[in-house]
Design a protein around this ligand. Structure first.
Ligand code: MN
Length: 290
């Protein structure tokens, strides 16, 4: 093995599913609450595994709620979501698309099935990540990046091993479209059965793999299955992955934000006082309404 190897720290099974609103059955595979600084700059990874939505007249999802102090990143694998926010932002994201929302100083939004998806029904599958912001950017203006399929570069891996879609950061020589405040890599990796690849990140990076589907060997020694989260040590730069079955893996990595985290529901700040301020600003309508 290369001396640059990034050692596996731990593998975790996803906890049972809970409902977010009335439309999103999710399993929280990664959270700051559980793992603390080891997963910085990430705060949360919620996975909504494939769920068959019956046709209906009323869109389901999550009603109006606020966020402050971080970014929410929604990766849609199947189905279609529609988003409405304070400040007038309104958009849809479908299969293969990503919404990278900077809540910053405060957003009030709703996340629902789109009208067309509600009427037609079908499979829904998505990931929502929460990415922390450094203290200096927590109160920046809200922003929305809708990353369409054609904006996300797709790279074929050597030897027909599969492909990588670079959502954020850099994979080998290819840059992803998402603008991030701190260095963050987000790669949608698809490996064919028997396909192998080596993932390289800068030394000192936090790194995690979440297996949406499949079965693979990590660093030739550890076996991961569907809904497993693998966390790596910060030392080293290379992780090898060999798929036993066709696999879909979300690869997260980034530079840790070495600052205190105080989280309260949809607000993630540095101090308790800032949380109290966030609650007060939300209640007095300073984060706006849809
Ligand atoms: Mn939200």
């Amino acid at each position: 093995m290369s001396k640059n190897i990034k050692s596996l720290a731990s593998v975790h099974k996803s906890p049972p599913v809970h409902w977010v609103g009335d439309g999103l059955p999710v399993s929280t595979a990664l959270s700051h609450h559980q793992f603390g600084e080891a997963v910085s700059p990430f705060l949360l990874l919620d996975y909504a595994e494939p769920y068959l939505v019956e046709p209906s007249l009323t869109p389901r999802g999550v009603d109006e709620h606020p966020h402050r102090g971080f970014e929410t990143v929604t990766v849609v694998y199947q189905g279609e979501l529609e988003h409405r926010a304070s400040g007038g932002n309104h958009g849809r994201i479908g299969s293969g698309e990503v919404q990278w929302m900077t809540a910053g100083s405060g957003v009030v939004h709703e996340e629902k099935y789109s009208e067309a998806f509600t009427q037609k029904g079908g499979w829904l599958e998505m990931v929502q990540l929460w990415v922390n912001l450094p203290a200096k950017d927590k109160m920046s203006s809200p922003g929305y990046q809708t990353l369409t399929k054609s904006q996300i570069p797709e790279i074929s891996l050597d030897d027909g091993a599969g492909l990588v879609r670079v959502i954020a950061g850099q994979f080998e020589q290819t840059q992803g479209p998402a603008k991030t405040f701190t260095p963050v890599n987000l790669w949608d990796l698809r490996l064919n059965a028997g396909g192998s690849t080596t993932l390289r990140v800068p030394a000192g990076s936090m790194m995690a793999l979440f297996v949406l589907k499949g079965e693979a060997w990590v660093n030739e020694t550890a076996h991961v299955l569907t809904k497993d989260l693998a966390l790596f040590e910060s030392e080293g730069e290379e992780v090898s992955l060999s798929a036993v079955k066709e696999s879909v893996v979300l690869v997260l990595s980034g530079q840790p934000i070495q600052e205190p985290v105080t989280a309260y529901g949809p607000f993630v700040m540095n101090t308790q006082q800032e949380i109290v301020q966030a609650l007060s600003d939300y209640r007095s309508g300073k984060m706006g309404h849809i």
